[in-house]
Design a binder for this molecule. Structure first.
Ligand code: ZN
Ligand code: ZN
Length: 131
């Protein structure tokens, strides 16, 4: 079975996750836009038994913004972290993975809530470094 690793920006938190993924969920709802500071949160939904923290578990802080919405971040660097979202699932923040996953975005949620700058434009530049 395949096993992948992930971490926060400062490296305090590391985890591993087993198995394959069926695609990334990208949620553009207003909560996810604000907490990501971008077009939304990119999430992989995985069963709890496939996921385990390796280091830094006590380095997490959870902000409960509404009864139905919370976000967990690293105390030091603020990276949005995988979170226990319900009894069975972890919502794994896809950008924290350090290994490729072999699949792309599968579902856009609240697609109509994307900011107006999030659309394909002619002449868009693709850079591999800051210019
Ligand atoms: Zn960190
Ligand atoms: Zn959302």
């Amino acid at each position: 079975m395949s096993r992948r690793k992930g971490s926060c920006l400062c490296g305090a938190l590391t985890y591993e996750v087993d198995g394959e993924f069926d695609g990334v969920w990208l949620c553009h709802c207003s909560n996810c836009r604000k907490t990501s500071g971008g077009t939304g949160n990119s999430i992989l939904i995985v069963k709890r038994e496939r996921f385990r923290w390796l280091t830094g578990q006590n380095h997490r802080v959870t902000y409960t913004l509404r009864p139905t919405y919370s976000i967990t971040r690293c105390k030091t660097c603020g990276t949005p972290l995988p979170a226990e979202e319900d009894e069975t699932n972890i919502y794994l923040t896809a950008g924290t993975l350090d290994d490729p996953i072999g699949v792309g975005i599968r579902t856009h949620i609240f697609h109509g809530s994307r900011p107006d700058w999030d659309h394909d434009m002619e002449g868009v530049r693709y850079l591999n470094e800051r210019s």
